[in-house]
Design a protein. Structure first.
Length: 661
């Protein structure tokens, strides 16, 4: 399909000009503008003001999450420039042209267990206990190790500390016209030294089923919209005094999704997560501080594929165990240097019906970096760093090691302009899934009927990443930021057809050589007494080198152009907050050789909220998909937005209430 550039340009300017009006609380404690002064840790693994961070750290506050009506991590980040959320069969996040297996997701600095060592199903992470979300885009392997070539998303949970003993909590109930029910809440105790919290949520969506008559098997029932169920419970306790802090936490989640891959094929995707850990900080002196954690994570995944044509049921059952420990020492010897040392050890074990026996993988890492205030004038900052990863040989696997350096620079041109430049080497070891996975995929014809084999001889992927950006404040209310990136990837891991036995193809994970990703984004925001507005544009390019073509060709399933617009306004007199957002994504390439594309994607939503009883009660109304799947460009096959993305619920109305104790 040939994309009409004139039509895309028209859409771009239309969205920039038509900014919906919405409301925002006048209380500055809930205003998203305070994100400039939030204490963040993701850029350097030490606490720093987000406004002063050398690395660019994007922040999503709890209030912004609430205004957007998000219930899961995937819903919370989908409006952020530079991030694309895809959703089949489970939501996953892509950044800087890298798919979800290259984006590391953390909760309070501890990695979330993934799908047998692969991408994290982000719809399984609720937002009820989130204080804010920190996003660092670009290669972060020097601090965070494997799987962080695309970037890092760090979820920071709420902390409860008060001088006097106090009990607090909240409860949220929401019902939607799409037959979705969400119940969430938390209760916390905080005192002079001890704080504890218990958070839980239950998110249930019936989905949308339709009976369809087929020539091969008669009438079949299929999910036009997936059925979803997610239960989540997390508890934590911390003891804090003048010398440090020690804490424990634990969580359990249970998730089930039912969907159709075609009218004849259904898939049930059920997973359970258990996690427990201990965290700690110790102040040794004014210059020295120790911190770290130890965690154990268990993840069980069961998939059931049913083909009604052949009346076949194929089940995979996999259990994944991940144990990780890290210790860090930070040293501030003077006003110029702030040095971090660290050690991380991570062992992963997986077994199940898709694997031949139990498989293990161990990685040991040393890392260090120095935040240098050059000349001590708060004008030029440099952060050199390096990480050394070692993966010992286990069960005949190859002994691997790698040095990954980084260098970040920040230059303050006066009080209103900031320039950032960074280089980082990315490093990603093959996952256990990529090395040992054996998966029978016989639910489609042609090349879709195959056996997928892992490859224990895979080489690690490496990347050279470059990022540049600038921020400019125009007075106290207007802020403009622009950024760009370029990544060169070697030994990219992908699958390719390696054989055919007359009935089905054989696909194998292989290293395919070289790929590049490149792009950038620009965002303009305004924050006033009662009004906030933000407009952002993101461009993403991704190519792989094709030996067949003798040149670089486009990689599929990347969104080249994306526009997001959000606005908020606090209505005077009635003091009712209203918020609205627009998201538009251009068509994605599906297949390079066939030149097939998806439709474009346009989504508009709005929320109105009113507080009662001196802020103890919130009542809100939200409308999603206001334009009822209006879009501008059909797919190559003629699919509309509704058909391709499965948005058969149309416009969805939600009503909810919150009680604050």
């Amino acid at each position: 399909m040939k994309i009409n550039n004139k039509k895309i340009s028209t859409i771009f300017y239309l969205l920039l000009c038509v900014i919906p009006v919405s409301v925002y609380p006048a209380d500055q404690s809930e205003d998203s503008s305070v994100s400039d002064s939030i204490i963040v840790v993701s850029g350097s693994k030490v606490e720093e003001n987000s406004e002063d961070a050398v690395e660019k750290v994007q922040v999503i506050t709890a209030d912004e999450i609430k205004k957007n009506g998000a219930k899961t991590l995937s819903e919370a980040v989908k409006g952020v420039s530079g991030i694309v959320v895809t959703g089949h069969p489970t939501d996953s996040i892509t950044m800087q042209g890298f798919d979800s297996e290259y984006v590391k997701i953390l909760v309070d600095g501890i990695a979330v267990s993934g799908d047998i060592g692969g991408s994290v199903a982000v719809y399984q992470i609720p937002v009820e206990d989130i204080d804010h979300i920190e996003i660092v885009q670009g290669a972060s392997s020097a601090l965070y190790g494997s799987d962080a070539m695309g970037g890092v998303i760090n979820i920071i949970t709420k902390k409860h500390t008060k001088q006097k003993a106090a009990l607090s909590g909240n409860l949220t109930q929401e019902l939607s016209s799409s037959i979705r029910s969400y119940t969430g809440g938390n209760i916390s105790f905080s005192g002079e030294h001890l704080s504890a919290a218990l958070t839980g949520s239950f998110d249930w969506s019936k989905g949308l089923q339709q009976d369809t008559y087929t020539a091969l098997v008669g009438t079949v029932s299929q999910y036009l919209v997936p059925y979803n169920r997610l239960g989540f419970l997390r508890g934590s306790a911390d003891w804090t005094d003048e010398t440090g802090k020690i804490g424990v936490y634990g969580l359990f989640s249970d998730s089930l999704q039912k969907t159709n891959t075609t009218v004849y094929e259904t898939m049930d995707y059920q997973s359970d997560r258990l996690e427990a850990g201990v965290t700690g900080e110790k102040t040794l002196s004014e210059a020295w501080k120790l911190s770290g954690f130890s965690s154990i994570k268990w993840y069980a995944l069961e998939t059931n594929f049913t083909n009604s044509i052949y009346d076949e049921l194929t089940t995979t059952d996999t259990k994944y165990l991940d144990s990780e420990s890290e210790i860090r020492a930070s040293w501030d010897p003077n006003l110029v240097n702030s040095i971090l040392f660290g050690f991380n050890g991570n062992i992963q074990t997986v077994k199940g019906s898709s694997f031949d026996g139990s498989k293990k993988q161990l990685q040991l890492s040393l890392f260090t970096q120095d935040t240098v205030n050059v000349l001590g004038k708060d004008t030029l900052f440099a952060v050199p760093g390096i990480r050394f990863d070692v993966s010992p040989s286990i069960d005949g696997s190859e002994f691997l090691y790698q040095l990954t350096p980084k260098l970040s620079l920040r230059y303050n041109l006066g009080e209103s302009t900031v320039f950032r430049l960074s280089y980082g080497m990315g490093y990603k070891t093959p996952t256990l899934k990529q090395k040992y996975w054996i998966f029978l995929h016989n639910y489609a014809g042609g090349e879709g009927n195959f056996i997928l084999y892992g490859n224990p001889d895979l080489k690690p992927e490496t990347s050279q990443g470059f990022n540049a950006g600038a921020e400019r404040k125009f007075g106290p209310h207007i802020k403009l930021s622009v950024s760009s990136y370029f990544n060169f990837v070697q030994n990219l891991i992908d699958t390719e057809i390696t054989g055919y036995d007359g009935t089905q193809y054989t696909r194998t994970y292989v290293n395919i050589g070289q790929a590049i990703t490149y792009g950038g984004d620009a965002a303009l925001s305004g924050t006033f007494e009662r009004l906030t507005v933000k407009v952002a544009y993101t461009y993403t390019g991704a190519k792989e080198y094709s030996s067949e073509n003798g040149s670089y060709i486009d990689l599929p399933l990347r969104v080249p152009h994306r526009i997001t617009v959000s606005a908020a306004y606090m209505v005077p007199v009635i003091e009712t907050s209203m918020a609205a957002n627009v998201e538009w994504s251009s068509p994605e390439l599906i297949d390079y050789d066939a030149q097939t594309y998806t439709p474009d994607y346009l989504m508009v939503g709005a929320t109105a909220e009113k507080k009662f009883g001196q802020g103890k009660y919130d009542v809100y109304l939200r409308v999603d998909n206001i334009l009822n799947n209006l879009n501008f460009i059909e797919s190559t096959a003629g699919d509309t937005q509704e058909e391709y993305f499965g948005l058969y619920n149309g416009t969805v109305f939600s009503i909810g209430a919150r009680l604050h104790i």
